[in-house]
Structures are given as structure tokens and as C-alpha cells.
Design a protein around this ligand. Structure first.
Ligand SMILES: Nc1ncnc2c1ncn2[C@@H]1O[C@H](COP(=O)(O)OP(=O)(O)OP(=O)(O)O)[C@@H](O)[C@H]1O
Length: 260
């Protein structure tokens, strides 16, 4: 691929996620072609590409929903290739989907509390259950603040706007204390105001969290990306900062239609 060097990927920087020559086909259709990419600690890495480029297939391989045909995927130094979604989540990758995973008849805080408890349940300290419960609730409140819905904890999820529900979904994903957050089009279907709120939320997420995100909206990409990888027919056409990718002649030719 046209790999554009960046200061983000200097020697000695430990990548949180790394794919090594990843390939996936459906019959004769190659949807991931020899794809090697990295996401560093704290990096906001955004995948763009036209419809059918293979973005969701890539996310599905990283999240464990789709098994690669060949190649490897590493989370830090652990080979997670072909592991189940549940195991990959426990190892440190949290994912939000475009479908809703919330409990509509429970409040914001109850949803977050359940998500935190699901993570911590197996380490429940039977001697001090009250302290445990209050620590869970504290973390649920912190998560509500992280996704910008603090102060509204008692609202039922079914009364939240679409944008607020998607904010809460990110809080639910963060409850698993991930090393990498995988976001599939977090602003799809949102109004301009909701999109702006989501940009601010993602920008304010903990600075050491690695984020790999699929996005179509170039305003979102330019607002957030430390690194952009352009997928085209399953192949990484270019990878670099927004400015570097915009300046790539190949990207302008085949994706942005801006040649000349
Ligand atoms: N389970 C499947 N079986 C066969 N073909 C599939 C399957 N899943 C995806 N494809 C095909 O693989 C190609 C890549 O699809 P994918 O959804 O990964 O692309 P995408 O970049 O996410 O597209 P979009 O932006 O439209 O969501 C498409 O041609 C799609 O039709």
C-alpha cells in the first residue's frame, strides 16, 4: 500500500492493535487484501473507503465476528486471530454496533451499572458487597460523565433521543475497560447537532484509549483523525494524517475523484 510515514509510528511505540497481512475472501470476492495496519495507544485511527470497500468486514475480523482467511491480528502482543467475540472483548476490544444493545425500560445509570457489573461480576467480593455495589455505581456515574450524559442518570433509555442512545452505547462499551474501542459509523443517521455532540464526545474520551473507527462523514474524519487509512477493494490504498491522505495522488484519483 502507499504507506505514508508519520511521526505517530516511530520505533519503540507499542501498538495496541496490529493486523499482519490480513486476508479475507467470500468465494472469489476478496474483501480484505494483505492488510497490515496498526493502531497506537491514544491514537484515533479512522478507516474510510467507498461502499463495499471492506470496512465492515475488517471490523468484523478484528471483533471476532468474521474469521480471516489468512494473516494475523494482535492485541498488544496477544494473537487474537479467529478468537470468539466474547473472548476478544474480555482481552480488551470493545465494539459498538449500528444496532441498539440497550435496555429501553431501564434508566441510563441502570444500563451502565449492569454493564460494569457484567465486567466485574466474577470478581465480586462477597465479604464487602456494599462497597462493591457502591464502586460499581461510582463507575457507572463516571461513564455517564465520560459520554456526556451525566446529570440525566435517572432518565429511561426509551425516552432518550437517538443521539443520546448512541452516546450511551459508547458508555456501555467502555464499561468493559477496553484497550481499543472499535466504532462502526458512530454518527450514522444523526442530525448535524447530534453529529457535533458525538465529535466532542469522542474527542474528550480518555487520551490513552486507542480508537479504530469506520466513518463516511468527512467532517467527522477531519475533526478527529490522527491517522486515516483509505480502503479500496479490500486494500489499504494509503495511510497517514488527513493532510497526507488528501495529498496522495492515488487517493485523489480513485476515491475522492479529485484528480488534476
Ligand atoms: N457474508 C458475506 N458474504 C458474501 N459477500 C459479502 C459478505 N459480507 C460482505 N460481503 C461483500 O463484501 C464486500 C465488502 O463489504 P463490506 O460490508 O465489508 O464493505 P463496507 O466498506 O463496509 O461497505 P459499506 O460502506 O457499504 O458499509 C461487499 O461487496 C459485500 O457485498
Amino acid at each position: 500500500m502507499g504507506h505514508i510515514p508519520s511521526s505517530q509510528t516511530g520505533a519503540g511505540v507499542m501498538s495496541v492493535l496490529r493486523t499482519d497481512r490480513l486476508c479475507r475472501s467470500f468465494g472469489n470476492l476478496v474483501v480484505t487484501r494483505d492488510l497490515s495496519l496498526e493502531v497506537q495507544r491514544g491514537e484515533r485511527h479512522i478507516i474510510i473507503g467507498p461502499n463495499g470497500a471492506g470496512k465492515t468486514s475488517l471490523a468484523n475480523q478484528i471483533g471476532g465476528q468474521l474469521r480471516p482467511s489468512s494473516g494475523r491480528i494482535f492485541l498488544e502482543d496477544v494473537d487474537i486471530t479467529g478468537q470468539s467475540p466474547d473472548r476478544i472483548n474480555r482481552l480488551g476490544i470493545a465494539r459498538t454496533f449500528q444496532k441498539n444493545n440497550l435496555f429501553p425500560n431501564l434508566s441510563i445509570l441502570e444500563n451502565l451499572r449492569l454493564a460494569v457489573q457484567a465486567r466485574r461480576g466474577h470478581t465480586l467480593n462477597c465479604v464487602r458487597p456494599v462497597a462493591h455495589y457502591s464502586a460499581v455505581l461510582d463507575r457507572a456515574r463516571e461513564l455517564a460523565a465520560i459520554v456526556h450524559i451525566e446529570g440525566e442518570g435517572s432518565r429511561l433509555v426509551r425516552h432518550l433521543s437517538y443521539g443520546e442512545q448512541r452516546q450511551l452505547e459508547i458508555g456501555m462499551a467502555l464499561a468493559s475497560e477496553p484497550k481499543l474501542l472499535l466504532l462502526d459509523e458512530p454518527t450514522s443517521g444523526m442530525s448535524p447537532l447530534e453529529t457535533q455532540r458525538m465529535i466532542e464526545l469522542i474527542r474528550d474520551l480518555p487520551s490513552d484509549l486507542a480508537i479504530l473507527m469506520i466513518e463516511h462523514d468527512m467532517k467527522v474524519v477531519f475533526s478527529l483523525a490522527d491517522r486515516v487509512t483509505v480502503l479500496y477493494y479490500g486494500e489499504a490504498l494509503a495511510s497517514g494524517t488527513c493532510a497526507e491522505v488528501q495529498a496522495s495522488a492515488r487517493v485523489r484519483e480513485v476515491y475522492l475523484g479529485m484528480a488534476g
